[in-house]
Design a protein around this ligand. Structure first.
Ligand SMILES: [Fe+2]
Ligand SMILES: [Fe+2]
Length: 360
């Protein structure tokens, strides 16, 4: 293990009391809604009525919104896997892809090799590990809830979606900073804010389009992503306070190449990104808003750093200014033609004007 990694692990260990407090505050059971609170089981008496209502509301949803919901669902389905990535770097070095390719994995943890069982024990013994497990369990419900809703929508191709999920999870995921513990923890901070935008945006659209089930479901998930952000963003702030130079170098590394959504490696991601940006739930404006919020929350501008860290600081702020200018110049998309195997139509889909589904 490098000195740099050892130092970062020490910083994270010193933050354990803070992480412990945050974990008990943010993972309280009262927030534990279940899928059945939104859509009953297929065996429930009221299920046929609810199913009919959902089928009817889904017919009012344009293709762009359906693609948003599907893309969000696939992303959610992959998140429990992402949890292992974060878990692995609780003091570990190694590659996530190796982890899934060569189970049972052994990782070089705190300078010694440990088995998967020992690894799970370690996850439980640290507050950061307990958070990561509890967080993964909540994300797991997001995928379940979204899937139950999708199952009731007639105009989408469920088999094709299932195939995409299988391929997506099977390929593994690497945000490109997996040898850097700080960046591995900054990344979900960004993602939680991004998915909060995305789910809440879909919830708002559901309300506007007369789809109350979608409104409630996406709203509950958006609220939970916001709560998750209340873990990762303040944790980032503490890391920045404890080790400003190390933290800023890691953050610069993360944002240098565009921070990608967790679903970037899914088949059809470009189509998903186009639909998200078309319906205004997550495009360049939202990307810059997340970036700007983290700059503010982590006091990037005011950090007293010098040398390489000062250069990184300058680079981050310059990048944000460039993107802000770009976002301000971005035009609202009037018309866009996409192909989507997720939607049941042989033809191309035109995301037109006010977002109606025009297939032709
Ligand atoms: Fe989620
Ligand atoms: Fe989340």
């Amino acid at each position: 293990m490098s000195n740099e990694t050892a130092n970062k692990i020490e910083v994270l260990d010193s933050l354990e009391p803070f992480i412990d407090k945050q974990t008990s505050l943010l993972l309280r059971p009262h927030s534990d809604w279940q899928v059945q609170d939104f859509i009953p089981d297929a065996s429930a008496l009221q299920f046929p009525f609810v199913a009919e209502e959902i089928r009817a509301e889904a017919l009012r949803l344009p293709a762009s919104v359906l693609i948003d919901v599907i893309g969000n669902t696939i992303t959610e389905d992959g998140l429990p896997i992402f949890m292992y990535l974060v878990g692995m770097y609780i003091g570990a070095t190694g590659s996530y892809k190796d982890f899934i390719k060569n189970p049972p994995v052994t990782v070089d943890q705190l300078g010694k090799t440990i088995s998967t069982e020992e690894f799970t024990d370690l996850m439980g013994s640290k507050a950061l590990g307990r958070w990561t497990l509890g967080w993964g369990a909540q994300e797991n419900r997001h995928g379940k809830l979204s899937n139950r809703y999708l199952d009731l929508i007639p105009q989408i191709n469920k088999r094709e979606i299932a195939r995409t999920v299988q391929k997506y999870i099977g390929a593994g995921f690497n945000p490109g900073v997996s040898d850097d513990i700080y960046a591995t923890l900054f990344y979900p901070g960004w993602q939680e804010l991004a998915t909060q935008h995305s789910h809440s945006g879909v919830s708002w659209l559901g309300h506007q389009l007369g789809a109350p089930y979608l409104h409630r479901i996406a709203g509950a998930m958006g609220e939970e992503e916001g709560r998750h952000a209340l873990f990762y963003v303040p944790l980032g702030r503490e890391i920045f306070k404890a080790d400003p130079a190390g933290a800023i170098l890691s953050f610069a590394r993360l944002v240098r190449d565009r921070v990608t959504m967790a679903g970037v490696e899914m088949e059809g991601f470009d189509m998903f990104a186009a639909a998200s940006s078309f319906s205004g739930v997550y495009g360049i404006r939202e990307y810059v808003a997340v970036f700007g919020r983290l700059i503010k929350e982590w006091n990037i501008e005011g950090l007293p750093v010098s040398g390489d860290a000062a250069k990184a600081q300058e680079q981050i702020l310059r990048l944000h200014t460039i993107l802000l200018r770009k976002a301000n110049r971005a035009q609202t998309i009037e018309n866009k033609t996409i192909e989507s195997p997720w939607i049941n139509t042989q033809s191309q889909i035109v995301l037109a004007g006010k977002g109606e589904l025009v297939a032709g």
